[in-house]
Design a protein around this ligand. Structure first.
Ligand SMILES: *[C@@H]1O[C@H](CO)[C@@H](O)[C@H](O)[C@H]1NC(C)=O
Ligand SMILES: *[C@@H]1O[C@H](CO)[C@@H](O)[C@H](O)[C@H]1NC(C)=O
Ligand SMILES: *[C@@H]1O[C@H](CO)[C@@H](O)[C@H](O)[C@H]1NC(C)=O
Ligand SMILES: *[C@@H]1O[C@H](CO)[C@@H](O)[C@H](O)[C@H]1NC(C)=O
Ligand SMILES: *[C@@H]1O[C@H](CO)[C@@H](O)[C@H](O)[C@H]1NC(C)=O
Ligand SMILES: *[C@@H]1O[C@H](CO)[C@@H](O)[C@H](O)[C@H]1NC(C)=O
Ligand SMILES: *[C@@H]1O[C@H](CO)[C@@H](O)[C@H](O)[C@H]1NC(C)=O
Ligand SMILES: *[C@@H]1O[C@H](CO)[C@@H](O)[C@H](O)[C@H]1NC(C)=O
Ligand SMILES: *[C@@H]1O[C@H](CO)[C@@H](O)[C@H](O)[C@H]1NC(C)=O
Ligand SMILES: *[C@@H]1O[C@H](CO)[C@@H](O)[C@H](O)[C@H]1NC(C)=O
Ligand SMILES: *[C@@H]1O[C@H](CO)[C@@H](O)[C@H](O)[C@H]1NC(C)=O
Ligand SMILES: *[C@@H]1O[C@H](CO)[C@@H](O)[C@H](O)[C@H]1NC(C)=O
Length: 832
């Protein structure tokens, strides 16, 4: 009873508690919309708590005892109870995510969080900020999709989300933002097509969707955006033709469609229909037709870019009328210019005094560079004219273009000397004259180009010496003088260019003398090519100081002496080609340490001794050692010895019959030999044994030379060579086998025509005065037998390991040859 009473009381208390809680929450619920400066403060504190404490910086001064209106980056209005109206935390290096409580700053008009390292997704609650007119979150790392709720911020005028990691599609709902003037979603990961509903953003002035993954066609509806000045759709995956109505958007100042998959003809009158255009960028598409001449009628235009399309025809007139032009790029099209005057349009550009970028490269322009080129703008910084059909000389007036940082005239048909006035271009960083017909000496004045980073004079007819003044190129990264007729020695001065790091290419010239030991100064250099010169003396040990080398090519010179041991210090070396020199001595063991080596060419030298087998040599596939007759392949020596052990093993496995076959075949050889030469078997077999030291290269299967691991197929090869030797009496290293002719080749060609020539004269006797103790064998039978055995030998020595017969098959064949020899001989004799 007492127990019941007690529990009843508890029940009543519980019900009471529930009621109180419920009424409390009802009251609270009714108060929710009552946001105030204190909820603003809470929201800001919550925002701060989402930021990595290490990056808080100025936010550390946010004193919670003060009103947030006094905090850095926070602005309140004076009226209506002082609420936060602006939050500007741009460029503070803040790291972290954006708190969803930011959606409680209900009076916020401007939110600027650009240039930070904010991550995470876009808080949906931003959609609650219906007074927001500026939202700039550009240059952060925001992920996820654009929340549809953003469409509730109907006061938005600026929405800038450039350079984040925002993905998904562009929400249709953005089109509800009727006051939007700037929509910048560039440099994100947006995909799908461009919603035509964006055309409803009738206030839009700037639309940037560049550098995303947008596909499909450009919606023609966009032409309804009558206030649009900037349309940037570059670097997407847009396809099809540009809707004609786009070319009617007369408000446009910038039209940038570069790097898409767009095609069709650019209307010739585009300059008339887009009269306000200052920036026209159609590069990297598949536009065809001609250069729209009307663009040259836009006297205020600043940028004309159409490079990398399929445009043909000539450069239309009118270029003389563009005083504001800064950039003119029609490179990599099919633009023609005919006759000596094909480049005269360049003269018109002398009126464009602000021109700083001019590219006409990769076209079909003929003609001579006009003397007036020197009257182009003093601020011209980059001049690309490579890959055309320009002939004649480089005018000396080019030396007036004092603003040039890049001059590229490569791959034309330019002749005559390099004008020494090029030395006046002291701002020059890159000079490309490669692939022309330029002759004469390299002017020493080039040494004045102290800022040069790249110089490429390769593939010309330059002669004389490399000017020592090149030592002034203190910032040079790459030097290419290859494929000329330069002579004299390599000036040690140019090897003091410590900055040299990309490549040094002096190959295919007539350079003589030694490689100066100063080469060791170039410790940042990645690639050196000195091939095909007449360089001599020893390779300096200092080469080991070129610690960054990945490619070292010195083939076809006259270098003598040993391969420097110090090469092993070039840890990053991938390619080493010192073939066709006169290098002697042995291959340094230390080269085994070059773990990165992919190609090693030491062929056609005078190297000797054992080829290292360890380290990188063990599984190097690109190794070339031909033409070093004194080289011994140690791995093959060892494997050769192994081979005989294994051969015996194989014999056992294949079976006693095979052993008998082999033994009796070889026995037969000994027998026949002995009978002819009357030499005792022991000394004869000693002789064979001596020749079979396998210390010389003739027994090594070709694939070992290519770095293959020793294999049974390799053993078959060595065995085959042994057979050929036994039955021809000629060692594979016989002096008559030089160059292309090997024992195998010799047998191959002779076997069809004149087997007597290949057969060991000590083996086959034409004179059949057969004697005494053994069964008589006719010469015909001996010849048949020899041919058959040599055939097996050849089958064993096929170059490709896969093409060789197996040891088992070789033994079977030998066995049947042996049986045939006695059987047919017997038959012949009975027939006679
Ligand atoms: C923001 O408002 C929601 C209700 O709309 C409330 O639950 C939340 O606590 C508020 N956040 C802050 C930090 O005041
Ligand atoms: C803002 O800070 C200043 C001092 O830095 C102080 O004088 C002023 O009273 C503060 N205002 C508010 C509203 O807290
Ligand atoms: C976003 O909008 C949807 C409907 O438009 C609404 O259900 C949802 O609550 C909103 N989310 C926020 C966080 O405001
Ligand atoms: C947004 O901020 C970036 C970075 O500071 C600035 O370059 C850009 O002009 C701003 N966007 C707008 C529309 O003002
Ligand atoms: C543009 O807005 C109108 C209403 O203003 C609407 O009827 C139409 O469907 C919208 N167009 C698109 C393409 O969303
Ligand atoms: C571009 O579009 C083509 C088809 O139009 C598609 O095959 C390709 O994957 C797209 N590329 C990217 C990067 O989206
Ligand atoms: C472009 O505008 C002209 C004149 O306003 C008009 O005649 C023509 O039909 C328009 N073309 C397109 C494709 O909108
Ligand atoms: C350039 O403008 C003139 C006069 O305004 C006009 O006669 C000429 O046809 C235009 N040229 C082109 C190529 O549109
Ligand atoms: C440069 O402009 C002047 C005046 O506008 C003009 O007379 C001259 O022909 C132009 N020069 C060239 C090379 O087009
Ligand atoms: C270059 O301009 C100068 C005057 O600035 C003039 O004397 C000279 O004739 C012009 N040269 C060419 C080739 O147009
Ligand atoms: C120079 O032009 C040629 C031909 O267009 C090109 O292959 C080469 O890469 C260019 N060099 C530089 C440094 O721009
Ligand atoms: C190369 O230049 C010389 C003059 O230096 C000229 O005689 C020769 O015809 C030119 N060759 C070619 C193929 O342009």
């Amino acid at each position: 009873m007492g127990f019941f009473f007690l529990s009843n009381t508890i029940l009543q208390i519980a019900i009471l508690a529930v009621l109180i809680t419920a009424s409390k929450s009802l009251v609270h619920g009714a108060e929710t919309p009552r946001l105030s400066i204190s909820t603003d403060k809470e929201a800001l504190i919550s925002f701060k708590s989402g930021i990595d404490p290490e990056t808080l910086g100025p936010l550390l001064t946010w004193d919670q005892t003060l009103s947030p209106c006094n905090w850095t980056g926070v602005l309140c209005n004076d009226k209506v109870g002082a609420r936060v109206v602006e939050l500007d935390l741009a460029g503070l290096g803040l790291k972290g995510s954006i708190s969803p409580h930011i959606g409680n700053l209900s009076f916020l008009r401007s939110l600027q969080l650009q240039d930070n390292q904010l991550m995470g997704t876009f808080p949906n609650q931003l959609g609650n900020l219906f007074r927001l007119s500026v939202l700039n979150m550009s240059f952060n790392s925001i992920q996820g999709v654009i929340p549809q709720n953003i469409s509730r911020c109907t006061e938005l005028e600026i929405l800038d989300l450039e350079q984040n990691a925002i993905s998904g599609r562009i929400p249709e709902e953005l089109s509800y933002l009727a006051k939007l003037q700037v929509l910048n979603l560039g440099r994100n990961l947006l995909f799908g097509s461009i919603p035509p509903s964006l055309a409803n953003l009738s206030s839009l002035i700037s639309l940037n969707l560049g550098t995303n993954r947008l596909g499909g066609m450009i919606p023609g509806d966009l032409s309804r955006l009558q206030k649009l000045k900037q349309l940037d759709l570059t670097i997407n995956n847009l396809t099809g033709t540009v809707p004609p109505s786009i070319y009617n958007m007369s408000s446009l100042v910038e039209l940038a469609l570069a790097s898409n998959d767009l095609w069709g003809i650019i209307p010739y009158n585009v300059g008339d229909t887009l009269p306000n255009l200052l920036n026209f960028n159609f590069c990297f598409n598949k536009f065809s037709g001609t250069i729209p001449g009307s663009l040259h009628n836009l006297t205020r235009i600043q940028v004309i870019r159409m490079a990398h399309n399929l445009l043909h025809g000539t450069v239309p007139p009118g270029l003389g009328n563009l005083p504001e032009l800064q950039m003119y790029n029609i490179g990599f099209n099919r633009i023609v210019g005919v006759g000596d005057n094909g480049l005269d349009f360049l003269t018109s550009l002398t009126n464009s005094t602000r021109l700083n970028f001019l590219a006409v490269d990769g076209n079909l322009l003929e003609g001579v560079i006009p003397e007036s080129i020197g009257n182009l703008s003093k601020v011209l910084s980059k001049l690309y004219m490579g890959g055309n059909r320009i002939h004649g000389r480089i005018p000396a007036s080019i030396g007036h273009l004092s603003g040039l940082t890049l001059l590229n005239l490569s791959y034309n048909s330019i002749s005559y000397d390099i004008p020494q006035e090029i030395g006046n271009l002291e701002e020059l960083l890159s000079l490309g004259l490669a692939g022309n017909n330029i002759s004469g000496k390299i002017p020493t004045s080039l040494g004045s180009l102290k800022n040069l980073i790249n110089i490429d004079l390769s593939g010309n007819e330059l002669e004389g010496t490399i000017p020592a003044t090149f030592e002034n190129f203190e910032r040079l990264l790459s030097l290419d003088l290859s494929c000329n007729k330069l002579n004299g020695s390599i000036p040690k001065e140019i090897l003091n260019l410590r900055s040299l790091s990309t490549h040094l290419n002096l190959s295919n010239n007539l350079l003589t003398g030694p490689l100066p030991q100063e080469i060791g100064t170039l410790d940042s250099l990645v690639a050196v090519d000195l091939s095909n010169n007449i360089l001599s003396e020893t390779i300096p040990d200092s080469i080991g100081n070129c610690k960054s080398l990945e490619k070292l090519l010195m083939a076809n010179n006259m270098f003598t002496g040993p391969i420097p041991d110090t090469l092993s210090e070039l840890k990053g070396l991938e390619t080493l080609d010192i073939s066709s020199n006169k290098l002697s001595g042995s291959i340094p063991e230390s080269l085994q340490k070059l773990q990165g080596l992919q190609l090693l060419n030491l062929s056609f030298n005078d190297l000797e001794g054992e080829v290292p087998v360890g380290g990188v040599f063990a599984n190097l596939s690109g190794i070339y050692l031909d033409g070093n007759p004194k080289l011994c392949f140690m791995s093959a020596c060892e494997k050769g010895r192994d081979h005989r052990k294994r051969l015996i093993l194989v014999c056992i496995i294949v079976g006693s019959i095979a052993i008998i076959a082999l033994c009796s075949t070889i026995g037969l050889v000994f027998y026949l030999r002995k009978r002819k030469s009357k030499v005792t078997a022991p000394s004869d077999s000693f002789e064979i044994e001596r020749q079979h030291q396998m210390g010389s290269i003739g027994y090594i299967p070709p694939e070992y030379g290519m770095g293959e691991k020793p294999s049974t197929a390799g053993d078959v090869y060595s065995y085959g060579i042994t057979l050929l030797e036994l039955f021809t009496g000629k060692s594979p290293t016989h002096e008559s086998f030089t160059g292309d002719l090997s024992l195998k080749k010799w047998v191959q060609t002779a076997i069809a025509t004149n087997v007597d020539q290949v057969s060991d004269p000590g083996l086959v006797r034409t004179n059949s005065s057969l004697s005494d103790d053994v069964q008589a064998i006719t010469p015909e039978a001996q010849t048949d037998c020899s041919i058959a055995v040599l055939g097996v030998g050849l089958a064993c020595t096929v170059d490709s390991p896969d093409g060789r017969i197996s040891m088992r098959d070789a033994l079977c064949k030998l066995k049947s040859i042996r049986e045939n020899l006695f059987k047919t001989d017997h038959a012949r004799k009975t027939n006679v």
